[in-house]
Design a protein around this ligand. Structure first.
Ligand code: 13P
Length: 261
């Protein structure tokens, strides 16, 4: 059976990166929460820096808006200075971003480590948003498929198949992140098709039909509608634009586009 007929609930997440400490987080969430709450048919996720998660949770706790962490370590506790454990996130966050390209490039995260984190997240009832994406030099050298394959097979190995519906994959081409140059919907569709085919090879098409695949990289209020109209793109992972009220427009674009299809 093909997974083509499966309807996946769209998911738009804002990755604040290293912006908004607790008081700025509080002020910004106050500005957008009512509007976000009113948008139906889409999972809305805010991912503050770790120090602001509690302040965010105090506001979003009773709302339909979920929180995600931007990273975590895989161990539950212990001598891991500076790290955050899944036990600490549970109860505050529903999601956790793992293997973002900035963590891979700047902090040396490998597929093997991202995989351990993804397994740990699922074991602790957190939904992992696992990021993959090629660099410009990979794309220029026609290595996109190989790089994506290595990342998907390495980062997503051995996941319990009954938990795959909790997995979100974010396709974030590194050359599109923070550059103002989003991938074309055609590019995004092509690579997302590769990701889906790989997941199907690893776990079977049926088991992975519910996995949501987001696009990330220079998503704005101006291009969200076009991206959202692409059936293969189940949502967005938004960086810079999630620090402004434009985030609400992006969420709305996905809710509207996906409710029509
Ligand atoms: P920008 O939306 O700022 O390009 O960042 C994308 C991203 O890295 C989200 O995780």
């Amino acid at each position: 059976m093909s997974g083509a007929a499966i309807r996946r609930r769209p998911i738009v997440a804002g990755n604040w990166k290293m912006n908004f400490g607790p008081s700025d987080a509080h002020a910004f969430i106050i500005r957008i929460l009512d509007d976000l709450e009113r948008i139906a048919g889409v999972d809305r996720v805010i991912c503050p820096p770790a120090i602001s998660i509690a302040a965010a949770h105090a506001l979003t706790g009773a709302s339909g808006v979920a929180l995600g962490a931007q990273n975590m370590y895989d161990a539950e506790r212990g001598a891991f200075t500076g790290e955050i454990s899944p036990l600490m996130l549970r109860g505050l966050c529903e999601y956790v971003i793992l293997g973002h390209s900035e963590r891979r490039a700047l902090f040396g995260e490998t597929d093997e480590l991202v995989n351990r984190k993804a397994l740990s997240a699922l074991a602790h009832d957190l939904k992992p948003i696992v990021c993959v994406g090629e660099r410009l030099e990979d794309r220029d050298a026609n290595l996109t498929e190989r790089v994506i394959s290595t990342q998907v097979r390495g980062s997503l190995a051995g996941l319990p198949s009954e938990r795959l519906n909790d997995l979100v994959v974010a396709y974030e081409p590194v050359w599109a992140i923070g550059t103002g140059r989003a991938a074309t919907t055609q590019d995004a569709r092509d690579v997302i098709a590769i990701i889906r085919a790989l997941l199907g090879e690893m776990y079977g098409d049926e088991a992975t039909a519910g996995v949501r695949v987001q696009y990330g990289g220079s998503v704005t209020a101006a291009n969200a509608r076009e991206l959202a109209a692409e059936p293969e793109i189940d949502g967005a992972l938004v960086g810079g634009a999630s620090l402004t009220v434009d985030f609400v427009d992006i969420v709305r674009a996905f809710a509207e586009a996906k409710s029509l299809g």
